[in-house]
Ligand binder design. Structure first.
Ligand code: PMV
Length: 333
């Protein structure tokens, strides 16, 4: 058996604008998906998932099929589309491992454990895909480098998400730390220890719909296009603050970024409530992370005040500290 784990991420800056070629800075966080893979004697694939903030599920299917059958339909409390995506991600990851090792008929038992909320802007699917490809490839006695792995994981996300995926989540999960993404160029960048606090509203936004909404706004109003350009300028300023290890400036820029994302229509009442609870508690800055519409916010606070305040915010169902994770993919076994 081979076991690999990979981290989730937050966007420090730049989501949505990255779709239009602006740079973005995602950062890996200390919350992981752990995937165990064991080769089977047949060509089937059995997937057992726990703790994906759903009730857990098991599906078994032939190596070539793209999902579970009706009888095995899992008991879950999340949107069906998310669940189909979850099986699609594992299926795609196994396809990439088979391709990388030239073993099209290899079958596997896959067990997933994750403490990253699903579909909430924390890169849960990327972490699962990165860890699954790595564990399956190692189970077959091979290894692939982090860039190849990240690119294969991106291809899986691109397929499952119908082309609506940037390389941010998969590259960040594979390499860890802070990353600069601009188009197809992804590079690790230096960053100080970042005291992230995350608030989760228990829901998820629809990335495709939210990206579509921003696209429409940009087509209708010139100033919406200027807003995504302004986010790009803000990201470049943020890179300088990271280099200077200036947490106060980073916080201020996070607040600014949230304002611009709100102007683009991708925030939500629950996200705004959590952002303001964090700011009122003394966080250096706070913003939504990921596509928006619901899901998570990220704040910067070294003290325990933001976690405490979010704990008393009705719109927040979970608040936790998750510092920058300098380590990306990790072979556990
Ligand atoms: O919600 P997430 O973590 O998948 O982030 C989506 C970020 C977008 O910029 C809106 C889209 C993308 O693929 O970059």
């Amino acid at each position: 058996m081979a076991v690999s784990s990979a981290p989730g991420k937050v966007y420090l800056f730049g989501e949505h604008a990255v779709v239009y070629g602006e740079p973005a800075v995602p950062c890996a966080i200390e919350r992981r998906a752990t995937v165990s893979v064991e080769e089977r004697s047949d060509d089937r694939l059995r997937v057992d998932a726990r703790d994906l903030t759903l009730d857990g599920f098991t599906v078994e299917y032939g190596g070539d099929s793209a999902g579970g059958d009706g009888e095995n339909s899992p008991e879950v409390s999340v949107r069906q589309s998310l669940l189909e995506a979850a099986t699609g991600y594992v299926d795609g990851a196994i396809g990439q491992a088979r391709d990388a090792t030239d073993t099209p008929d290899a079958g596997f038992d896959v067990a997933i454990e994750s403490d990253i909320p699903l579909g909430a802007g924390l890169g849960s699917s990327a972490a699962v895909v990165v860890a699954t490809i790595d564990a399956a490839v190692r189970e077959l006695g091979t290894e692939i480098g982090p860039r190849d792995l990240a690119e294969r994981a991106y291809e899986v996300e691109y397929d499952v998400q119908d082309g609506q995926a940037s390389r941010a989540d998969t590259f960040c999960s594979a390499t860890g730390g802070a990353v600069r993404v601009e188009g197809s160029r992804c590079n690790p960048i230096a960053a100080p220890n970042l005291p992230f606090v995350i608030g989760y509203d228990g829901t998820s936004g629809d990335t495709g719909e939210l990206v579509g909404g921003v696209r429409e706004l940009r087509e209708t109003y010139g100033f919406a296009a200027s807003t995504t350009e302004a986010i790009g300028d803000l990201v470049r300023e943020g890179e300088r603050a990271l280099e200077a290890e200036d947490l106060n400036a980073l916080g201020e820029l996070m607040d600014f970024d949230h304002g611009l994302l709100s102007a683009l229509g991708v925030s939500a009442r629950s996200l705004d409530a959590m952002v303001w609870a964090a700011r009122d508690a003394g966080a250096l800055g706070a913003k939504l992370t990921g596509a928006g519409g619901g899901g998570c916010i990220v704040a910067l606070d070294e003290s325990d005040e933001t976690v405490r305040a979010l704990g008393h915010t009705p719109q927040c169902i979970e608040a936790f500290r998750a510092e920058l994770d300098a380590e990306g993919l990790r072979a556990e076994e």
